[in-house]
Design a protein around this ligand. Structure first.
Ligand code: FES
Length: 223
């Protein structure tokens, strides 16, 4: 087996080459109770910082997506801190100043682009900051659709912007107020509320597992 040496919280371990940081930590005996979620690059829970031999830079990435390298120094973060103001979505309007009013630190952006460089999802984070400042809520929601809220951009931001919390609010406002309603969904919800499927649903909850499997296999599939 091709092994390499990594240093986890300062202690050296021999681990198979090709593992992700997360798997290397587990191979070394760590039991991850925090800093680990989906293991697939979606939840943003595994933000990790590391350094490489002969390189002065401090790198940060998702542990479940980043392969180990020989001589890597690894330190996991229990969480990435970020301020999030309390708000009630129903009291807000999807308009120009809403994001800036709740997150005034947006105005401190110095356009250094550090956030974009820090993003493991390769999102155009600084463009989303600029869209926030312009009050372009839909633009922010679209720029940040793939954000996993790992907080690595926030950790590096000299203006202390809580990026992922801003994006989350923009996506909520976009979903609640700006996105057109899907008419077929509204029709179906009204049909359910009117009891159109009640007899069928009542029957389903009384069926055994085998009856459910048979009914599922025999279901009508739309063309
Ligand atoms: S564990 Fe979910 S993104 Fe890494």
């Amino acid at each position: 087996m091709n092994e390499i040496t990594v240093f986890i919280m300062g202690k050296g371990y021999r681990v198979p080459a090709g593992l992700t940081i997360m798997k290397a930590m587990e191979y070394a005996g760590y039991r991850l109770a925090r800093g680990c979620g989906c293991r697939g690059g979606y939840c943003g829970a595994c933000a990790t910082v590391y350094r490489l031999p002969g390189d002065y830079k401090l790198y940060a990435d998702l542990a479940c997506q980043t392969p180990v390298q020989d001589g890597m120094y690894i330190a996991q973060l229990p969480f990435t801190p970020a301020e999030r103001p309390a708000y009630t979505l129903g009291d807000l309007k999807a308009e120009g100043q809403t994001l800036l009013a709740l997150f005034p630190e947006l105005a401190r952006c110095v356009a250094c682009n550090t956030c974009t460089k820090a993003c493991p999802q390769k999102l155009e984070v600084m463009d989303a900051v600029q869209a926030s400042l312009r009050g372009d809520i839909r633009g922010v929601a679209e720029f940040t659709f793939d954000c996993v809220s790992c907080g690595l951009c926030t950790m590096r931001c000299p203006a202390e912007i809580s990026h992922h919390h801003v994006w989350q609010l923009a996506r909520r406002l976009n979903g609640a107020y700006l996105t057109p309603r899907a008419e077929h969904v509204q029709t179906r919800v009204a049909e359910i509320a009117a009891g159109k499927f009640k007899a069928e649903l009542d029957k389903l909850v009384t069926m055994t597992k085998d009856e459910l499997v048979a009914a599922y296999k025999a279901r009508q599939i739309e063309a």
